[in-house]
Design a protein around this ligand. Structure first.
Ligand SMILES: Nc1ncnc2c1ncn2[C@@H]1O[C@H](COP(=O)(O)OP(=O)(O)OP(=O)(O)O)[C@@H](O)[C@H]1O
Ligand SMILES: [Mg+2]
Length: 235
């Protein structure tokens, strides 16, 4: 479904990632792991079209995403739940959700999107009219996921969705993601916390200093001394 090869991205004059390659098969849950500043968010941003590709290729199905705009990619079934959630605190929960339907394709299906988000996260329904800034961290994460659902994505890019979420709500967010996966949504999850990542993904790639350096299934990576030496200390 998604194949990234030799991806390099610059932030201004500085190269942020050098050589990132990975594959996500349709229906899979794949992790991108790595330390602070490794280039995880930059990679997701390049996939959805927020940052231009300096080198390399991004294939989504048969289509190259190099040069594609974010609205095009969203209408083509990709959604990003960004790092730090990026909720509009002064706007209501419902208005925040409606912001997720800003593309021409999604605008036609706002009520469908709202019922999907409300069904998955009933608290968003209850708090539709409340200012988003009054929600707890976990509820704001649900709102960020709900907003991404407004465009009816087939591939969801999640950037550290469990950060700042209370443990009890982590379970609830995880359960909602599992339901989406059961419905056929494909996931690419960025995480620093290896164990949490493997509660959700089956396979992961490790990014170090802007390069993918290792990949494998859960048990393969956890049993690999190179992996454990480098990354298990991060948690
Ligand atoms: N908007 C930006 N402008 C300039 N440099 C940036 C920008 N965003 C990221 N960088 C730099 O690019 C590199 C990769 O950052 P990125 O945010 O992709 O890493 P990350 O793996 O997501 O880190 P974290 O775990 O802290 O979120 C870092 O050196 C970072 O300082
Ligand atoms: Mg990041």
């Amino acid at each position: 479904m998604l194949e990234v090869s030799g991806l390099a991205v610059d932030h201004g004059k500085l190269r942020a990632i050098w050589d990132v390659s990975f594959r996500v098969e349709e229906g899979a849950r794949v992790g991108l792991l790595g330390a602070n500043g490794a280039g995880k968010s930059t990679t997701l941003g390049a996939v959805i079209g927020l940052y231009p590709v300096a080198e390399g290729a991004i294939l989504y199905g048969e289509r190259s995403l190099v040069g594609a705009s974010t609205p095009q990619n969203v209408d083509d079934g990709i959604a990003l739940v960004p790092e730090g959630r990026r909720i509009f605190a002064e706007m209501t929960v419902r208005e925040n959700l409606e912001m997720g339907a800003y593309t021409p394709g999604a605008r036609k299906r706002v009520s469908e999107g709202l019922s999907r988000a409300f069904e998955l996260f009933p608290v968003l329904d209850e708090k539709q009219a409340d200012r988003a800034g009054t929600l707890s961290g976990g509820q704001q994460q649900m709102l960020a996921i709900g907003r991404a659902l407004m465009s009816g994505p087939r591939l969801m890019l999640l950037d550290e969705p469990f950060l700042g979420v209370a443990p009890i709500l982590v379970e609830e967010v995880m359960a909602a993601l599992n339901r989406l996966a059961d419905d056929g949504v494909t996931f690419l999850l960025v995480e620093q916390n290896i164990h949490r990542a493997f509660d959700f993904v089956q396979y992961a790639y490790v990014i170090e200093n802007g390069r993918t350096v290792l990949d494998g299934a859960r048990d393969e990576l956890l049993g690999d001394p190179e992996f454990s030496n480098k990354f298990l200390g991060l948690d």
